[in-house]
Design a protein around this ligand. Structure first.
Ligand code: PLP
Length: 408
């Protein structure tokens, strides 16, 4: 592959942290699947909020409260448009993907009856397993798992067999955080709807790597985290179809989610506030809006296709290393590569890479059942964003070879 294009260098310059030195070496940040770095715009927005705008929202008559409320609600509108939802009422601010899934599991789960079935897949993050186990136990539901093939693709023939009138909900990741597999969610949603089942898409790993249009997808729920799309931590979004959200009971009780409270009876606020109890992460919502504005200001088509080229280059170079096993070789794959080298523990390699300034993730990546499937304890994972460079891949490969020479 040639050198990093100028437009990527320009984009990169907007992320101050990427100039950091680690142990005196230039930081190579390949842990983007865990969290992405923040552009200057987002960092400055957080500072300007606390410098000149900080106040509580929705209930204030005073100037600062009105400005903050307007900015928070403007961010909701921006997010709504960005993901192709038709109504602001369908955009619920959450703490993140995990919180969004827990909300749906607890609230939609209350509507389910003994014997109803929920489908998840073998490649889910713990966030998309445990909430369903909790509600399944509580309500005597049946939780079934769609198996995968050795290359990390979903076994769609098994999915077809598992899907039935008993299936009430399918909760599935769009992109696997461990394998990089892009799941055929359009097909899954279409088939699910034939049986009247609802579909929740875990978009934690897809929102930052492509265009998402929930109306075109026709998914019933879509969840993502702000920190994985260049925004702050502690904020995320649950999209839900309005009629569905209307039918669901509140998740948590408290301020903002009520219309009228007495000791005998409480009536609930309209959507989206019915699901937003308590003072929210105000600057989180606003700065997530800023992150979306940043994305809108760049040529995402070019940036996303560059990311793909970066992944292909990294995989090509990794494959040249002796005893390399790449875990996750799906045809439709994006943005990250998981691997092991011989019997060396991923943690040992990760530690030596860290000493050379390279941030990769090691371990089970919150997908222990997937590790069991591959009969491994963990992997090394290099995950990319469009601000990563070809030169960084070269530095990473050289550092990996150096580490291996010490460990073999
Ligand atoms: N789902 C997937 C596929 C993920 O990759 C992650 C985080 O890595 C999550 C869910 C949980 O996201 P969060 O910790 O931001 O709630």
């Amino acid at each position: 592959m040639n050198q990093t294009p100028d437009y990527i260098k320009e984009l990169r310059s907007q992320f101050p942290i990427l100039k950091t030195k680690v142990y005196g070496k230039d930081l190579v940040y390949f842990d983007n699947a865990a969290t992405t770095q923040k552009p200057l715009q987002v960092i400055e927005r957080i500072q300007s909020y606390y410098t000149s705008e900080n106040s509580n929202i929705h209930r204030g008559v005073h100037h600062l409260s009105q400005v903050a409320t307007q900015d928070y609600e403007d961010a909701r509108k921006l997010i709504q448009k960005h993901i192709g939802s038709n109504k602001e009422s369908e955009i619920i601010f959450t703490k993140g993907t995990t919180d969004g899934i827990n909300l749906v599991a607890s609230s939609y789960g209350e509507l389910l009856k003994e014997g109803d079935e929920i489908l998840i897949s073998a490649m889910e993050h713990h966030s998309n397993i445990v909430p369903w186990q909790l509600i399944a136990q509580k309500k005597n539901l049946s939780l079934k798992v769609i198996p995968i093939h050795e290359n990390g693709e979903l076994n769609m023939a098994s999915f077809d067999e598992l899907l039935s009138e008993k299936t009430k909900l399918i909760s599935i990741t769009h992109i696997s955080n461990t394998l990089g597999t892009i799941n055929p969610i359009k097909e899954i949603i279409k088939k699910a709807h034939i049986f009247g089942a609802k579909v929740l898409i875990d978009g934690a790993q897809s929102i930052q790597h492509g265009e998402i249009n929930v109306s075109e997808l026709d998914c019933d729920f879509f969840v993502f985290s702000g920190h994985k799309i260049f925004g702050p931590t502690g904020i995320g979004v649950l999209y839900g179809k309005e009629a569905l959200l209307e039918s669901m009971p509140p998740y948590q009780g408290g301020g903002d989610m009520i219309k009228r409270v007495s000791f005998d009876h409480t009536s609930f606020n309209e959507l989206p506030f019915k699901f937003e109890a308590g003072t929210p992460n105000i600057i989180g919502g606003i700065a997530l809006g800023t992150a979306i504005k940043f994305l809108k200001s760049i040529d995402t088509e070019q940036a996303f296709s560059y990311e793909k080229a970066l992944l292909n280059y990294a995989e090509q170079e990794l494959k040249k290393i002796d005893e390399m096993t790449i875990i996750g070789t799906a045809t439709e794959k994006t943005s990250l590569v998981s691997f092991n080298v011989g019997q060396i523990h991923p943690f040992d390699i990760g530690t030596l890479l860290d000493k050379q300034g390279i941030a990769v993730r090691t371990g089970h990546h919150c997908t222990q059942p997937l590790m069991d499937f591959f009969k491994i304890s963990g992997t090394l994972r290099a995950s990319f964003a469009f601000y990563n460079t070809i030169e960084e891949v070269d530095v990473f490969i050289a550092a990996l070879k150096r580490s291996l020479s010490l460990l073999k």
